[in-house]
Write a protein that binds this ligand. Structure first.
Ligand SMILES: [Fe+2]
Length: 342
C-alpha cells in the first residue's frame, strides 16, 4: 500500500488489494482518512456488493430522508409508508411517493445507491444525479445530522469526468484571528433553492434533493464545526447557503462573496484515469462537485458515519445549543432506524 499526499487534507492510496485486505489494514486506512478529508483508493478491486460491508466497519449508514418523510405519518410504521408509496396510495403525499419510488429505482447492490444516467426499459433513470455537472455542495447541508461521510465507487465510463473537492479547513486556519472568531460565532441559514445543485434541469428528482438537502423550509446551522477526525473548518455548502443570522441580505451576500474568493485557491478536481477509483470524502467541512458530462457513467454511492474511528465523544458543534440539537436528532434517527429497519 502506497500513500501519497495530493492536496491539503487529501491523499491518494495505491496498490491496495481487497482480495487480501484484513480488518486491521482497513482500520488503518480509516485512521489515515480521519487525519484527512479526502481519501482516494485508485484502481480499486473491491466488488460493488462488498462496499457496504467494508464501509460500515468504520461506521453505520446515515440517511435521514426516510425519517423526515415518516414524521408526516405519525403512528404508521416506515415499512407501511414505503409499501403504500410504492403502490401510489393516496394517503401518502405525491412528493413522498416520488422520493420513495426514486430511492427504490436507484438502488444499487447491497445498500448502495446508483449514480448514473443509464435508463431502464421504461425510460426511467436508474440512478440519482442522472446527468450533467453538479455545482459545489455538501450533502444534506441544511440538516444538523447530515451524513458525516460519502463513499463513491466508480464502476464504468468514469474517465473524462471528475469529482472535485474544496476543503474549508486551510482557509479557516489562515484567516486573521479576529475574522476567525467572527466566523466562530456565525450561524448560517440554509434554504432550498430549486436547481441549486444541477447545471441542467433536475426535473422530478428536484423534490428528492430538497428533502435530502433542506428538509425544513429554513434551518440554522453554525458556520464553524469539526470533522469526525477533529479537523476544524466551515460547514459551508457553497451553492445552498442563503444567509447569516443577524445579517442583512446585502451583508451576507458580501461575506459569501469574500469567503468564496478566499476558498477559490483550495479547490481541485480528481479527473478519473480509472473506472474503479474508490473515493471517500468528508461531508462536514468539505464541498464536492462533478465536472464532465459523460453518458453511461455509473458509480455506486453510500453515505455513512465514522462512529468506530472518529475522535472520542465526537459532536460536530461547538455551540452548546447546536450540540444538544445534534444529540437529540441523532438519537431520534437511531431509534427510528432500530424500530423500523433492524
Ligand atoms: Fe453530493
Amino acid at each position: 500500500m502506497k500513500v501519497s499526499s495530493k492536496h491539503n487534507y487529501a491523499v491518494y492510496i495505491d496498490d491496495v488489494d481487497f482480495n487480501h485486505m484484513t480488518d486491521d489494514q482497513w482500520m488503518e486506512i480509516g485512521k489515515i482518512h480521519m487525519n484527512n478529508l479526502v481519501t482516494i483508493i485508485r484502481d480499486c478491486n473491491v466488488e460493488p456488493n462488498e462496499v457496504t460491508n467494508w464501509v460500515t466497519k468504520w461506521g453505520p449508514l446515515r440517511y435521514s430522508g426516510m425519517l423526515n418523510i415518516c414524521s408526516h405519518y405519525p403512528g404508521v410504521p416506515a415499512k407501511e409508508v414505503i409499501s403504500k408509496a410504492i403502490r401510489s396510495d393516496p394517503s401518502i403525499k405525491p412528493e413522498h411517493v416520488d422520493v420513495i419510488k426514486q430511492r427504490f429505482k436507484t438502488k444499487g447492490p447491497n445498500g448502495t445507491q446508483r449514480v448514473t444516467d443509464i435508463k431502464d426499459k421504461r425510460g426511467d433513470y436508474t440512478g440519482i444525479f442522472p446527468d450533467g455537472e453538479l455545482k459545489w455542495h455538501s450533502n444534506e447541508a441544511g440538516n444538523h445530522i447530515f451524513a458525516p461521510g460519502v463513499a463513491l465507487l466508480g464502476n464504468q465510463n468514469m474517465k473524462g469526468s471528475s469529482t472535485g473537492f474544496l476543503e474549508t479547513a486551510t482557509f479557516y486556519e489562515n484567516v486573521s484571528e479576529s475574522f476567525r472568531s467572527e466566523l466562530d460565532d456565525m450561524v448560517v441559514i440554509h434554504r432550498h433553492k430549486p436547481g441549486m445543485l444541477h447545471v441542467k434541469d433536475l426535473g422530478e428528482q428536484d423534490e428528492m434533493m430538497r428533502i435530502n438537502m433542506n428538509p425544513e423550509p429554513e434551518s440554522y446551522i453554525p458556520m464553524v464545526i469539526q470533522s469526525p477526525g477533529g479537523i476544524k473548518g466551515m460547514h459551508y455548502s457553497i451553492n445552498t447557503v442563503d444567509g447569516i443570522v443577524g445579517m442583512s441580505k446585502a451583508e451576507s451576500d458580501k461575506l459569501f462573496q469574500d469567503i468564496n474568493m478566499g476558498l477559490h485557491s483550495f479547490k481541485w478536481d480528481h479527473w478519473y484515469e480509472n473506472d474503479n477509483d474508490w473515493l471517500f470524502f468528508d461531508n462536514s467541512i468539505t464541498n464536492h462537485r462533478r465536472l464532465g458530462d459523460i453518458p453511461g457513467r455509473l458509480a455506486f454511492r453510500i453515505q455513512q458515519g465514522y462512529d468506530n474511528i472518529q475522535i472520542k465523544d465526537y459532536n460536530p458543534y461547538f455551540q452548546k445549543e447546536h450540540a444538544d440539537i445534534y444529540d437529540t436528532k441523532l438519537n431520534e434517527l437511531n431509534t427510528f432506524m432500530a424500530e423500523n429497519f433492524d
